[in-house]
Design a protein around this ligand. Structure first.
Ligand SMILES: Cc1cc2nc3c(=O)[nH]c(=O)nc-3n(C[C@H](O)[C@H](O)[C@H](O)COP(=O)(O)O)c2cc1C
Length: 204
């Protein structure tokens, strides 16, 4: 599969087969993430891989955190309407044999905490670098026949996940990996001409 095919074939998958991914395959996929470009070549990422009992333990922590978020003011008091979607994400996390957590090693404060413009610039650069790394992971997974789901709903259990792992870095995202048990319907992407504009050149 070439890069364009991987880009075309990648979809967010939320139903997974109960089939393990060999550890060598997981490592190969993450290796692709480590090769991503990064601002100032800081490579500001760290990955924690969970499977089996370890995955079950962290998902229990996430479920507890989401329950707290639902029943208290929480971190996102105006986003309680998203909780059903978060529960759906947790369902996918449970099905997928692998759940990866991605940390920003250049920051220790909570994601989105109030920061100065300079700090925001640095934080954004690092987050963009981590985004590139995660996208490499998704495309490498696709290439190897592994389905994936990029997850930011982790923010609904942010403090709980961070306390559980006790890592110095900033939690950015999670990624579920597994063998797909669904064929998602085609998804509409914005039309090229509505998002791409030439300046001073004829269009393609
Ligand atoms: C930064 C980011 C965070 C996401 N977080 C979640 C999530 O928490 N739960 C979920 O089900 N999907 C999540 N997604 C997947 C998107 O919903 C999905 O990419 C989008 O609907 C487009 O579908 P596609 O990936 O199949 O093209 C996330 C995607 C990105 C890029």
């Amino acid at each position: 599969m070439n890069t364009f095919e991987a880009i075309e074939n990648r979809r967010s998958i939320r139903k997974f087969k109960d089939t393990d991914i060999p550890n060598e395959v997981i490592c190969k996929i993450i290796e692709a993430g480590i090769k991503a470009p990064s601002a100032k070549n800081k490579q500001p990422w760290k990955f924690i891989i969970t499977k089996g009992v370890e995955k079950d333990k962290i998902i229990a922590v996430i479920e507890q955190g989401v329950e707290t978020e639902k029943n208290t003011v929480g971190l996102l008091p105006n986003r309680k309407n998203l909780i059903p979607a978060v529960l759906n994400t947790i369902k996918a996390m449970k099905q997928a044999p692998v759940l990866l957590f991605v940390f920003n090693t250049e920051e220790t404060r909570f994601l989105f905490q109030n920061v100065s413009t300079e700090e925001k610039f640095v934080e954004t650069s690092n987050l963009l670098s981590i985004g590139a790394s995660i996208q490499n992971i998704l495309l490498a997974a696709t290439d190897l026949g592994i389905a994936s789901l990029w997850i930011c709903d982790t923010v609904f259990a942010y403090k709980e996940i961070c306390s559980y792992f006790c890592e110095k870095g900033q939690l950015v995202s999670a990624v579920s990996l597994g063998y797909s048990a669904e064929t998602p319907l085609p998804i509409a992407k914005k039309d090229f001409n509505t998002v791409v504009f030439w300046r001073g050149e004829p269009s393609c």
